[in-house]
Design a protein around this ligand. Structure first.
Ligand SMILES: [Zn+2]
Length: 361
């Protein structure tokens, strides 16, 4: 370790993320349906309001902008390496959140640059044809951009640190599959994956890419104006974009049974899949420590792993830019960008950045 984390790098685009200048607009709000607000209303969430009520945790709102003064704080190099000492001797389970993917150009739901938005609930989606038209229209406009996201140095470094840190596995609240693409293994996609669509009736799955082609074919007027619509939606992230008014957007039923297709991600008002939760707890059980990266632990879905680890007497190291819901209980709290901190650890351990696996599509 040669010096202090360089604050000028904060916010700089990662060279591996297609050279974007910052987080992309959440075209389609497809993300907001799942990752950050999942498990609100879940049975294991004692403080959860009813699924129909907007969550208004006084201290930590799950989406929308936060106080900018709470961000950008940096731990000292001694603190950063001190955290590494706690993790040494593994095995370690890692829990990641949206903060890991912002450098890949994907939006976060908190932080100073977040845009207030109202996620579509599971109930709205399944009960209303109009809601589904709106969802598929928006997410069709956003899919090209989302699908172009690539792992950033945080994902690559985490994959490269798997051996020296004896990482048992990664539990992620993200739905972008960028950990898998960077080479982490195993990964538990706690909130599902956006590149897969599942039939709610027969449980069959289809790739989002193939559904995307189908949606474009069924909606040639949208297909012809994808770029304009994306720009329009980006300028009006929480409604009133032209794409919102496409009540005539057409979407297909399941090709096998005629049932209802839904992206295979956990929506607001929906619980994480039982087997995912079981896999995640199994990882934690086989580990000596928990490392939390880029998550504010706002929702119980993630927070419960930190609580479980602490209840079992295991150290919990949290690396995040901005406050988290377990700050007062963490064994070590590191402030800074995930990529910077992992970079410092990799340097200390003599690990080089990981090139990542080649993406097939
Ligand atoms: Zn079906």
């Amino acid at each position: 370790m040669t010096g202090r984390l360089d604050p000028t790098r904060t916010g700089a685009p990662d060279p591996g993320s297609a050279g974007r200048a910052g987080p992309a607009a959440d075209v389609g709000r497809w993300f907001s349906t799942g990752a950050q607000t999942a498990s609100v209303g879940a049975p294991d969430s004692p403080n959860a309001p009813s699924p129909n009520a907007p969550r208004t945790h006084a201290r930590d709102h799950p989406w929308g902008p936060a106080d900018p003064s709470l961000y950008g704080r940096l731990s000292t190099p001694e603190e950063v390496l001190g955290a590494l000492d706690v993790l040494r001797g593994g095995p370690v389970t890692v829990l990641t959140g949206a903060g890991l993917s912002t450098e890949s150009g994907l939006p976060d739901y908190r932080g100073p640059r977040a845009v207030p938005r109202t996620p579509m609930t599971y109930q709205e989606f399944v009960r209303s044809d109009l809601s589904r038209r709106r969802y598929w229209a928006r997410s069709t406009v956003g899919w090209t951009q989302f699908g172009a996201a690539r792992p950033n140095r945080g994902h690559r470094l985490l994959a490269a640190l798997a051996a020296p840190l004896e990482i048992r596995g990664v539990i992620t609240q993200n739905v972008d599959r960028l950990h898998e693409e960077a080479g982490s293994n195993p990964v538990v996609d706690l909130h599902g994956r956006l590149d897969v669509v599942r039939c709610l009736d027969c449980d069959a799955t289809v790739s989002r890419d193939s559904l995307h082609s189908r949606l474009l074919g069924m909606n040639p007027d949208i297909a012809a104006r994808l770029e304009d619509l994306a720009r329009d939606a980006a300028q009006a992230p929480d409604g009133d974009a032209e794409v919102d008014r496409t009540s005539r957007f057409r979407y297909p039923p399941c090709a096998l049974c005629g049932g209802m297709l839904k992206p295979d991600v956990v929506f607001f008002g929906e619980s994480a899949r039982r087997e995912m939760v079981a896999d995640a707890f199994a990882l934690l059980e086989r580990s000596r420590a928990l490392l939390v990266l880029g998550s504010s632990l706002t929702v119980m879905s993630g927070l419960r792993f930190a609580r479980q680890a602490l209840a079992d007497g295991k150290p919990v190291v949290i690396v995040n830019d901005g406050p988290t819901r377990a700050d007062d209980r963490a064994t070590v709290r590191v402030h800074g960008r995930v990529g910077d901190v992992l970079g410092a650890w990799a340097l200390e351990l003599g690990v080089r950045d990981h090139p990542g696996r080649h993406r097939s599509r």
